[in-house]
Write a protein that binds this ligand. Structure first.
Ligand SMILES: *Cc1c(COP(=O)(O)O)cnc(C)c1O
Length: 408
């Protein structure tokens, strides 16, 4: 399974025409969805080389999102740790506060160029719903967001944000009243309304071509790091680190560097209460291959083959599957996948807030926790780029509550 260094250096890292990354990915969906996915694949393969489309995408990334995001030297934190120089790729400074908008802008433009006036999305914690509602407003598209009834109760500020942005939020009362039920409803909507509707998926998971197109829209992150690292420290980083929920911020950073095999790559999953407990969300560290949400990939299941219950302190990492390209990169040995626990993430959350003046998202705090361990094992003339996938404003209530502090 593991490839040689020479093979890793020359691989093209593109899916085959069926959307497979090695054994993973593909389209494990019903006949009715197959037609919609084929149509999407066709328009994407055409539009990704269309100069008008690319120009509009780049212009929105610059003037609406605020790209390029800075590459910031976490000088004080590097000194405190006493190992490698740590740099943060500041996706937290993007409009809406995370990397997700890179992808939703791309998909909303695909909707526009494919003549679809209506977009739908599903959301758990609400971050992807807000990012979708934002770009729909920007482009004048109708937007419907499916959300589990329980999640609506838990995430009322994001529900209100989506409404302020003009989106309709549909409460899903069936099943466990959470993300997976919202996902089923969104799928049903898409099949019924495919003629006028574009389905915006929030990470590099799902059936082909979604893992490829979401990766391509986020790859601006890694492309910027390539020129920024040369400009700032005169070479590529020795290592890249990013948290992995579905895996979109991670693949966005990693993808442009995959053939540069001297750059080590680390994806950090949510180890929750520990990888030896069942209370985590780390399919690459401790799951096995299977089929989830239309693609073959590593996932977490129990002994009956049912998708397992997951746990993480961060909603954005609390997912039993992972994008299929990560499964492939793990098997061929190009990327390493490790875990950070809730406790380690919280410690990094506080330390980076106090030492660098940046409050990170709890998802990002997992990447920071591993960055600390890795930096300590490296020399001061070496460099790590850690993807600061989002800002922590949304998480201060969770952190306060865990520490027994009431904010309202
Ligand atoms: C949603 C989210 C994630 C997890 O999603 P990926 O697809 O794995 O990137 C990570 N960080 C932040 C800040 C998020 O909002």
């Amino acid at each position: 399974m593991t490839l040689t260094e020479q093979e890793l250096r020359t691989l093209d890292y593109e899916p085959d025409p069926g959307g497979h990354f090695g054994d993973y990915g593909g389209r494990y969906v019903s006949e009715t969805l197959m037609a919609a996915l084929n149509e999407l694949d066709h328009s994407y393969q055409k539009l990704k080389n269309d100069p008008d489309f690319q120009r509009e995408f780049d212009a929105d990334l610059a003037s609406f999102v605020g790209r390029p995001s800075p590459l910031y030297h976490a000088d004080r934190w590097s000194k405190v740790i006493g190992g490698a120089q740590i740099y943060f790729k500041r996706e937290d400074l993007n409009h809406t506060g995370a990397h997700k908008v890179n992808n939703t802008i791309g998909q909303a433009l695909l909707a526009k160029y494919s003549g679809k006036p209506r977009v739908i999305a599903e959301t758990g914690a609400g971050q992807h719903g807000v990012a979708s509602a934002t770009v729909a407003a920007r482009l004048g598209l109708e937007c419907v967001v499916y959300m589990g009834a329980d999640d609506i109760e838990r995430q009322s500020p994001n529900v209100y944000r989506m409404k302020l942005l003009g989106a309709e939020v549909v409460s899903v009362e069936s099943g466990s009243r959470t993300l997976k039920d919202a996902l089923s409803e969104a799928m049903r909507d898409w099949v019924t309304n495919v003629d006028n509707t574009f389905y915006i998926i929030g990470t590099v998971a799902g059936p082909a071509p979604y893992p490829q197109l979401v990766r391509d829209f986020n790859a601006v992150v890694g492309r910027e790091v390539k020129w920024q690292s040369r400009e700032i420290f005169g070479k590529y980083p020795d290592a890249l680190v990013a948290c992995v929920g579905g895996g979109s911020n991670a693949i966005g950073l990693f993808y442009p560097f995959l053939r540069d095999v001297e750059v080590a790559v680390y994806g950090v999953e949510a180890a929750g209460r520990g990888l030896s407990t069942n209370e985590h969300a780390a399919p690459l560290c401790s799951g096995r291959p299977g089929v989830l949400h239309g693609a073959k990939t590593y996932l977490m299941d129990n002994s009956d083959g049912q998708i397992a219950h997951t746990h993480s302190v961060s909603a954005g990492l609390d997912y039993p599957g992972v994008g299929p390209e990560h499964s492939y990169l793990k098997d061929i040995g190009r990327a390493n996948y490790v875990g950070a626990t809730d406790e380690e993430a919280l410690a990094a959350f506080h330390e980076v807030s106090q030492v660098e003046g940046i409050i990170p998202a709890l998802e990002t705090a997992h990447a920071l926790a591993y960055t600390k361990t890795l930096a300590a094992s490296m020399r001061p003339d070496q460099t790590i780029v850690c993807n600061m996938s989002g800002r922590g404003d949304k998480d201060i209530f969770t952190v306060a509550k865990m520490e027994g502090i009431s904010l309202t």
